[in-house]
Design a binder for this molecule. Structure first.
Ligand code: NAD
Length: 369
């Protein structure tokens, strides 16, 4: 059977989840903004993801727009201001970032720097009274996640993680299957995600990246598995690092890691992530059916997705535009985002357990809080 087109059913499904989450009351400064006003977003770090994804997506958003940047290069900031039509006054350096506090054009600060800088930049944004989106992984460590959450709480600002796949229809269908149990409860997950890194980059630097491909790519598999388990985190993990083929690149971080995650109901996930292999698959099996992301499982445009009922066919949405618009609406309305920083922290608790398991060679418990 070929599935129906996405839009209305998935949209309403998403609103249902969001509606449930909205039960949590939450003060929001953004709620003071007049209805209909687009919220201003400042991107922190104008690297690849900002340049090729988030900036262009902010041309398509309905509820927010690019109104500022934080960058190490003034000239680059000026070019962005010209390209996107925002004020030169809203260009900041990492050192002057605290001044966004006095910039009424900026409501939301989106942190898109290397992982190891996320905490510092998100805390600076929160202290400036701005709502915060952090790119994945949220931070290098759970302790850093806690510091960000505390800063957001102290400043009464909202937070979110750049988990764009929550706005992808195939991943939304995965979550729906997990919730409605069409196939029963998913009990077996497997998958891989990797790319070939041919020259050293900060992504392989322990201090800036927090680890290797597990932090950058394996986190998608963790997300996929938690979606398949209806948001429940695994209870324990085992892990094994494979020998390095390019120790000149992966100097103090893993190059390829295999790990397994176990849930209390007996479900198991087995995954591999690598900086020396190209792959991107995810499959989840339940007693009465399965879903298989056969290619580009976690891409900006998800590839072929088969299920035991037949192939799924959905139009490719602009994931990042929908993600940022949803957060802008959350800020405006007080609704809680489906991807709050607590979820980013949850994933770091799993990642820390995986690194402990790789080091100890034993099964390690995932610390729930
Ligand atoms: P990038 O290297 O292309 O850009 C990083 C930016 O940070 C650059 O502008 C760089 O100048 C700046 N920067 C500031 N201080 C730095 C320092 N000390 N060292 C290095 N760079 C510094 O990286 P990217 O691909 O844009 O990734 C940025 C973040 O976005 C990462 O956290 C990454 O995981 C995340 N990301 C998410 C997705 C997604 O699909 N959600 C995709 C790509 C990247």
């Amino acid at each position: 059977m070929t599935n129906k087109p996405v839009s209305r059913r998935l949209f309403l499904g998403h609103m249902g989840l969001a509606g449930a989450l909205a039960l949590t009351p939450h003060w929001s400064r953004g709620a003071e903004s007049p209805p209909g006003k687009k919220l201003g977003v400042a991107l922190v770090g104008l690297g690849n993801y900002s340049t090729h994804q988030l900036g262009p997506a902010l041309r398509e958003t309905k509820f927010c727009a690019l109104t500022g940047v934080v960058t190490g290069s003034r000239a680059k900031g000026e070019q962005w201001a010209r390209d996107y039509g925002f004020s030169q006054k809203s260009i900041y350096s990492y050192d002057t970032m605290a001044r966004v506090a006095d910039d009424p054009a900026i409501d939301i600060v989106y942190v898109v720097t290397p992982n190891g800088l996320h905490a510092e930049h998100a805390i600076a944004a929160a202290k400036a009274g701005k709502h915060v989106i952090l790119e994945k992984p949220m931070c290098n460590t759970v302790a850093e996640c806690d510091a960000v959450l505390a800063a957001c709480k102290a400043a009464n600002v909202r937070h979110s993680i750049g988990y764009r796949l929550f706005w992808d229809p195939y991943h939304t269908e995965l979550r729906r299957l997990a919730r409605d149990q069409d196939f029963g409860s998913f009990q077996k997950m497997k998958g891989d995600r990797g790319f070939v890194m041919s020259t050293w980059r900060w992504r392989a630097d322990k201090k800036l990246a927090g680890g290797g491909p597990l932090m950058d790519l394996g986190i998608y598999l963790i997300q996929g598995a938690c979606m398949a388990k209806n948001g429940v985190a695994p209870a324990s993990v085992t892990a094994h690092e494979l020998p390095k083929t390019r120790p000149d690149i992966s100097r103090d971080t893993e190059e390829t890691l295999q790990w397994a995650m176990q849930w209390p109901d007996g479900a198991i996930a087995e995954f591999t992530t690598s900086y020396q292999q190209n792959y991107d698959h995810f499959r989840a099996e339940a007693p009465k059916g399965w879903i298989d992301f056969e290619e580009q499982a976690f891409g900006y445009k998800v590839g072929t997705v088969q299920t035991s009922r037949g192939q799924l066919h959905y139009p490719a949405p602009y994931q990042q535009a929908l993600q940022m618009d949803d957060f802008a609406q959350c800020v405006q309305s007080g609704r809680v985002t489906p991807v709050p920083a607590e979820m980013g922290r949850r994933d770091l608790t799993i990642i820390e357990a995986i690194y402990r398991a790789a080091a100890s060679g034993r099964r390690e418990q995932v610390k729930a809080s």
